[in-house]
Design a protein around this ligand. Structure first.
Ligand code: C6P
Length: 407
């Protein structure tokens, strides 16, 4: 099915503006997606009609806010097919979700000499929390190497696995290159040695159908703002029995059952991990973003984005001096590239002058850039509201920039 792009674009107010005298072309979707009107409306409706704290008040507004808040949790349960809504924990974002697991599961279950495996493709958010844990616990961080095309070398991963492996934390789809990792194989192999697996789903959940029960991952971390939802909100999925075995992350209201100065007992999951007043408005508005994705369907979204990526590759490879970075066959809609010896930032600035928004630099993946021998890349990342005519403008802009350089 092909989308009515104009109709979809009409749902996103921010897209209808000029930047430096040109119509905005927004290709920075891997950093954050734009928000449909329904999400903006849900935010104002909440503050205009329902604003209240949740799970506590004995009044109508608190009841309503609590119901809407928990409806988002239920929607997320279906969105990733978790067994129960209680396995969905709200956090600030992917970064906090991973930190939560490292600080609770990690501190309790990982000790001296234990090994944690990550890959060269990881975002800093899936490197630093594990480094901090390894430093504290004298555990060992092992890194899966990658090929020139930006794919993990699976055989090397198998070689790293042993009875010492306690945890594998791996990105599902790379933010810098778009590579989709063979996560099912990774999860099965990690489980075979008794290790737990966390998937960093920051870049996969908006493009790929996710079934946590089928994948059998132990944790999944992702951010609402990359799913057409609000910023400052993330999700941590965890299997019930594992979440129950973990100590709380932060102490405060909501996460307790009973407090006395002698002893505190903790609430059931998910509340045990949600200390303090949560991000109520954004959680409620996130449901509208999920409804938007569900209405279009992930399968069709992926098909549309694959078509855009293939078209972008085709158009850009005609340009002299275009160097694609990350050429794995299985990718989400991320096109990373460089132009001859031009600095990515300069390319980004010139594209911006044409109203084209891309990200440039190391994309919070410095070890990956080091492995590829690059300072950074220019990254165009596509979403459901992007079109081939926008890609034509990108190709024209890049072509002009490359000509300046080639002169
Ligand atoms: N990547 C990008 O431009 P937060 O910031 O917590 O919402 O997400 C962190 C994160 C973790 N893992 C991956 C794979 C990611 O892509 C990101 C965020 C953005 O690529 C901002 S650096």
């Amino acid at each position: 099915m092909s989308f009515d792009i104009e109709k979809i674009r009409s749902l996103f107010p921010v897209l209808h503006q000029e930047v430096h005298g040109n119509p905005l072309i927004y290709f920075d979707n891997a950093a954050t997606t734009q928000k449909p009107q329904a999400v903006l409306d849900a935010l104002t409706t909440y503050y205009n009609h329902d604003n209240s704290n949740i799970h506590r008040g004995a009044h109508a507004l608190a009841d309503r806010a609590t119901r809407y808040f928990e409806e988002t949790r239920e929607t997320l349960k279906d969105f990733i097919n978790s067994k129960e809504a209680a396995e969905i924990i709200f956090t600030k974002g992917t970064t906090e979700s991973i930190n939560l697991v490292a600080a609770t599961f990690g501190r309790k279950f990982i000790g001296k000499g234990d090994e944690i495996i990550i890959s060269t493709l990881e975002h800093h958010s899936n490197i630093v929390p594990w480094q901090m844990l390894c430093e504290e616990k004298e555990a060992v961080l092992k890194i899966i190497p990658i090929t020139e095309s930006g794919e993990i070398i699976y055989e090397e991963f198998e070689k790293l696995l042993s009875s010492n492996t306690k945890f594998v934390s791996i990105v599902h789809a790379s933010n810098a290159l778009g590579t989709i990792n063979p996560v099912q194989k990774i999860i099965n192999a990690a489980h075979a040695v008794g290790a737990k697996v966390l998937l960093d789903g920051a870049q996969s959940t908006s493009h790929l159908e996710i079934d946590v029960q089928k994948l059998d991952c132990d944790f999944l971390a992702f951010s609402a703002h990359k799913l057409y939802g609000p910023t400052g909100l993330g999700v941590l999925y965890g299997k019930r029995e594992i979440l129950e075995s973990m100590p709380p992350f932060q102490g405060g209201g909501e996460m307790i059952k009973e407090v006395s100065f002698e002893k505190t007992t903790y609430n059931e999951i998910p509340f045990k991990f949600e200390a303090g007043t949560p991000n109520i408005a954004d959680v409620i508005a996130f449901k509208s973003a999920l409804d938007f994705i569900n209405l279009l369907g992930k399968k069709d979204i992926k098909a549309h984005e694959d078509e855009l990526l293939a078209y972008a590759n085709e158009r850009m490879s005609e340009i002299k001096g275009f160097i694609p970075v990350g050429t794995a066959p299985e990718k989400v809609s991320v096109l990373s590239f460089n132009i001859n010896e031009m600095h990515p930032y300069d390319v980004g600035m010139m594209l911006d002058a044409n109203g084209i928004a891309v990200r440039t630099g190391h994309h919070c993946t410095q070890p990956l850039m080091k492995r590829l021998g690059l300072e950074g890349t220019v990254r165009a990342s596509f979403a459901v509201y992007n079109s081939k005519s926008e890609i034509d403008k990108l190709a024209d802009g890049v072509s002009r920039i490359a000509r300046i350089k080639n002169k």
